[in-house]
Design a protein around this ligand. Structure first.
Ligand code: NAD
Length: 253
């Protein structure tokens, strides 16, 4: 692939939140972007934002934990947008509960979306990266990977994303493919809004309380994460691989 050709990126969970901001950011970097989420219609807003700014984007409905849907989605992206050489595994869900109250199905759902989803998407996309001799994979981890009360499933999945990332970096480096993880702290999205509601707090109060615990004294915005992903997916980041970048407004213990 010549470097003047437009690179194709897939962003999963891109209908809203961090994924939507990342899709818009990568499009602004000149990428053609597959905006992938559970519901194709829900991707419309992100796609319109990209096309209104003069970019190229495609809405793709796909459950990342479903093998057949992932294979079909990637094949469709190759046909309609081009072979993907950038993949951002961002799709995610919460099923929080204390261990003794957590159902096996809530454990499985979180493992399936984050880990199985990232595995299936990476396996389907990597062959196009190998063919191109270039690839960028970015996986969304979390500060919860370090342990977080009420999130035994999510913390395990997000720590798993880090081992997954480092292994991809080792296996795929010789093909010009890098793999890195971005681990956000508190980012204002629907996900944290719902967490606040579960704790009986309005979103503004929840964000203000969180901000007091963060060194830069504010919560993160989806664009804070999109900026970090843009760095890792850039052509200039080819010697940065297997890293976990915490983007949390300060260091984490
Ligand atoms: N918001 C935070 O504070 C925060 C912190 C650390 C990590 N993260 C991680 O960042 C990522 C994005 O989080 P967000 O806050 O934007 O969440 P969000 O809930 O706003 O958006 C997640 C998106 O993923 C999609 N999705 C869920 N299951 C899917 C599936 N099986 N297939 C395809 N798409 C699916 C949802 O439909 C949704 O559009 C997640 O991986 C999350 O765990 C978020």
């Amino acid at each position: 692939m010549s470097t003047t050709e437009q690179r194709v990126a897939i962003v999963t969970g891109a209908a809203r939140g961090i994924g939507a901001a990342t899709a818009v950011r990568l499009a602004a970097e000149g990428r053609a972007v597959a905006v992938l989420d559970l519901d194709e219609a829900a991707c419309k807003e992100t796609v319109e934002k990209i096309t209104a700014a003069g970019g190229r984007a495609l809405a793709v409905g796909c459950d990342v934990s479903d093998e057949a849907q992932v294979e079909a989605a990637v094949a469709r992206i190759v046909d309609e947008l081009g072979a993907p050489t950038i993949l951002v595994n961002n799709a995610g869900v919460l099923r929080d509960n204390l261990l003794f109250k957590m159902s096996a199905s809530d454990w499985d759902t979180v493992m399936n979306v984050h880990l199985r989803g990232a595995f299936l998407m990476s396996r389907a996309a990597q062959k196009h990266m190998v063919d191109a001799g270039f690839g960028r994979i970015v996986n969304l981890s979390s500060s919860s990977a370090l342990g977080n009360r009420g999130q035994v499933n999510y913390a395990a999945a997000k720590a798993g994303m880090q081992g997954f990332t480092k292994t991809l970096a080792k296996e795929l480096g010789k093909f010009g493919i890098t793999a890195n993880a971005v681990a956000p702290g508190f980012i204002a999205t629907e996900m944290t809004k719902v967490t606040g509601e579960r704790l009986g707090m309005g979103f503004e109060d929840f964000k203000a309380a969180a901000a007091t615990q963060i060194p830069v004294q504010r919560v993160g915005e989806p664009e804070d994460i999109a900026n970090a992903v843009a760095f890792f997916t850039g052509d200039a980041a080819g010697f940065v691989s297997g890293q976990v970048l915490y983007v949390a407004g300060g260091p984490l213990n």
